[in-house]
Design a protein around this ligand. Structure first.
Ligand code: NAD
Length: 495
């Protein structure tokens, strides 16, 4: 029988260490500045966290550069880096309960998902890039016979990774796995709202054999540690996941400093189009509801705009509203809970503000709309559903990043696609239809990095993830992610 874990007891016994990890050591910031890290589950104080600033960034980047030039990682055979990354992934799985608990305490997601989604996918990501790196070959260009032109890939050098709080481990893994596998040194800045799991990750990487200085983690605020990384003259590349607003600032900072490569994975306002000839209405309803409320709606690719064909809308809504109560928020440390806490009071206020604006602009609130579980001291919002939304309304235009579904209806498919594309974002989209030609035509017409047909939850490390338009300019996951963390080198040889 499966052991039942009392996660509250486990949480009490956990060591929470908010110090930075630089050059193989835990350390406070040089100026000894700290901030309090609170849990969204109950508002409880978790730990003090190092508030790293430009001086700490200088130090960490210098250590990362020294490690890179020293060649103890970049100079290793790819097969050797593979072995270390495999051990790193093994250690993550050995510590999966601890990592999952850190994730849940820090950002409020249900423990069940921290275990099977966050930790497992992050470990799988590290393993996958480790396994891939000794199978990547260079090329020979078809140049004239009196020459030979070798096209090879080299690590860019020092990579800064800045990540958000919604999937702290997984977003870190999507950056560090390809960057480290390719031989780079990395300085990672986790979100100030959820720094703990990334700090523990650095210890496990070091234990697995990643040399000192190769992987450093600096917690701190965006406008301090984050901006110092983006402006640093000795950072070669920045891999960023976060909001479009911050992404624009980082691109500017990259441009005004050393023109470091700046790869952006940004926000979304994804459209999910359900046609009357949808092959499986129950599956469409389950995906529409499940995907918007998963992770409390704090997912960049959440299908927050649902376009339903008018003739099936009543039936669709009836089924959807029957499912909504299944997502009532509960204690994130209870394994039965499927919707946890919103990351902090600021984010909750933002979400509640959008719910108010939906009401004011004439949306029909059919479910939810309230903050709940206030007695816990934590931040919880009911799964919320608005019908009668127009694409011009604020709740249809802006990324809410909370459990709020906006339902729009359509009668004309071309008009639905036009509205789906009428957004500054272009991360994900979906179409549900039995007509294969319509599915392909729609997929071609949708301006999004990923289009789902008759599903929404397709996810695999082999598949690139990234956005069109203001959802970003790069791709995480898959072999394509190596493009971000490597330079192409051509060597011309006279024969
Ligand atoms: P955010 O932009 O506020 O912060 C992201 C990170 O950037 C944090 O570590 C933060 O400290 C740092 N930062 C903030 N200001 C900075 C500055 N001036 N200079 C340098 N760094 C700075 O975003 P968030 O609220 O943490 O995350 C939510 C956003 O992330 C949403 O928009 C979501 O869609 C997006 N997201 C995108 C993807 C994707 O793959 N496209 C995945 C997950 C989340």
């Amino acid at each position: 029988a499966k052991e039942t874990i009392n996660w509250h007891d486990r949480a009490k016994a956990l060591t929470l260490d908010g110090r930075a990890f630089i050059n193989g050591e835990r350390t406070w910031s040089r100026a000894e500045r700290k901030f309090d890290n609170l849990s969204p589950i109950d508002g409880r104080y978790l730990s003090q966290t190092a508030r790293c600033d430009a001086a700490d960034v200088d130090h960490a980047v210098a250590m990362a550069r020294r490690a890179f030039e020293g060649g103890r990682w970049a100079g290793q055979a790819p097969a050797q880096r593979k072995r270390v990354l495999q051990k790193f992934a093994d250690l993550m799985m050995q510590h999966k309960e601890e990592l999952a608990l850190l994730e849940t305490l820090d950002m409020g997601k249900p423990i069940k998902y921290s275990l099977v989604v966050d930790v497992s996918l992050a470990a799988n990501c590290i393993r996958w890039y480790g396994e891939a790196i000794d199978k990547v070959y260079g090329e020979i260009a078809p140049t004239p016979a009196n020459s030979l032109a070798l096209i090879t890939r080299e690590p860019v050098g020092v990579v800064a990774a800045i990540v958000p709080w919604n999937y702290p481990l997984l977003m870190a893994a999507w950056k560090i796995a390809p960057a480290l596998a390719a031989g780079n040194s990395v300085v990672l800045k986790p979100s100030e709202k959820s720094p703990l799991s990334a700090l523990r990750l650095a210890e496990l990487a070091f234990e697995a054999g990643i040399p000192a200085g190769v992987f450093n983690v600096l917690p701190g605020y965006g406008n301090e540690a984050g901006a110092a990384l983006a402006l640093h003259m000795d950072v070669d590349c920045i891999g960023f996941t976060g909001s479009t607003r911050t992404g624009k600032q980082i691109i500017q900072m990259a441009g005004q400093s050393n023109l470091k490569r700046a790869w952006m994975e940004l926000g979304g306002k994804s459209a999910n189009i359900v046609c009357a000839d949808c092959p499986d209405l129950d599956a469409a309803v389950a995906a529409a509801v499940g995907s918007i409320y998963f992770n409390q709606g704090e997912s960049c690719n959440a299908p927050s705009r649902l376009f339903v064909e008018e003739s099936i809308k009543d039936k669709f809504l009836e089924k959807a509203l029957a499912m909504v109560p299944d997502y009532a928020p509960g204690d994130p440390l209870d394994e039965k809970t499927v919707m946890g806490a919103i990351v902090d009071s600021i984010q909750m206020k933002t979400v509640m503000g959008y719910i108010d604006s939906g009401r004011e602009e004439g949306g029909k609130l059919l479910a939810g709309g309230n903050a709940v579980r206030k007695e816990t001291g934590g931040f919880y919002v009911e799964p919320t559903l608005f019908d009668g939304v127009q694409n011009t309304m604020k709740i249809a235009r802006e990324e809410i990043f909370g459990p709020v579904l906006s339902v729009l209806s359509f009668t004309d498919m071309d008009e639905a696609v036009k509205q789906a594309n009428d957004t500054p974002y272009g991360l994900h989209a979906a179409v549900w239809t039995s007509d294969i030609s319509k599915a392909i035509r729609t997929s071609r017409a949708l301006k999004a990095g990923t289009v789902h047909v008759n599903q929404y939850d397709g996810d695999d490390i082999t598949v690139p993830f990234g956005g069109y338009k203001q959802s970003g300019n790069g791709r995480d996951k898959s072999l394509h992610a190596f493009d971000k963390y490597t330079e192409l080198k051509t060597t011309w040889i006279q024969v």
